[in-house]
Write a protein that binds this ligand. Structure first.
Ligand SMILES: *Cc1c(COP(=O)(O)O)cnc(C)c1O
Length: 218
């Protein structure tokens, strides 16, 4: 699978350039909307870490694949409604889109009931874009504290920079907010900018089209 091998090689080169150890970045292959044959090809190449942005669609796709492939690590990278939290718990090991108190409370309640919780990333709207999900940078510290007070396992922060701005500025801002909150996880960088994200400390890059090819419009 040339897409996967190529991206893995570029990730390792970016790690070396940044003085980081090889393999210190987790590659989340974003399989949303991709045809099943492309996803199976990457699975057959041995990759086990995938990202999806809709709970319903992901459940339909991965329920059968979970029978065929062991060791999958699934990341929810898209918006989560409070009433879909239980379903998300059933499929995902990680949720990258914790972005408001109501959702955090729903996650805490269900974690209590189920006795387990996926690893969590707080999504920060680093560009303060009105149409975009994520907690405002100015509210991030308080929100992280609120999540911790509920015993939620916050592993790090996630962002999606504004399309028309220099992504590095947003990656640097996310890294700064994470550092002052004692968080080590940084979910940042997509097909167009994952090397810049690795240079600024990304622990998780979310790469879709550069691995699988262009997505057909939904
Ligand atoms: C779709 C998506 C990606 C992957 O985007 P590509 O440009 O295809 O790499 C990454 N993160 C999120 C949150 C996404 O929705």
């Amino acid at each position: 699978m040339s897409g996967l091998a190529d991206i893995t090689a570029r990730i390792h080169a970016a790690e070396t350039k940044a003085g980081r150890s090889t393999g210190s970045t987790t590659l989340i292959a974003v399989s949303k909307v991709q045809p099943e044959d492309r996803v199976r090809a990457v699975l057959d190449a041995g990759h086990r870490t995938y990202g999806e942005n809709r709970v319903q669609e992901a459940t339909g796709r991965w329920t059968p694949l979970l029978e065929d492939y062991a060791g999958l690590d699934l990341h929810l990278i898209g918006p989560l409604q409070s009433n879909k939290v239980r379903q998300a718990f059933g499929l995902f090991q990680w949720i990258h889109s914790v972005d408001r108190p109501k959702l955090a409370k729903a996650i805490a309640r269900i974690a209590q009931e189920e006795g387990t919780c996926p690893g969590l990333f707080v999504q920060v709207n680093t560009g303060n874009e009105p149409q975009k999900a994520g907690i405002a940078p100015a509210e991030a510290d308080d929100f992280v504290a609120e999540c911790r007070a509920m015993d939620l396992p916050v592993a790090g922060l996630m962002c999606i920079p504004p399309a028309e701005e220099e992504a590095s500025l947003h990656f640097a801002l996310l890294a700064k907010i994470a550092a002052r909150n004692g968080l080590t996880g940084l979910s940042m960088g997509m097909s167009a900018d994952f090397e810049k994200a690795i240079a600024l400390g990304a622990t998780h890059v979310r790469v879709g089209s550069a691995i699988f090819g262009a997505r057909s419009p939904q």
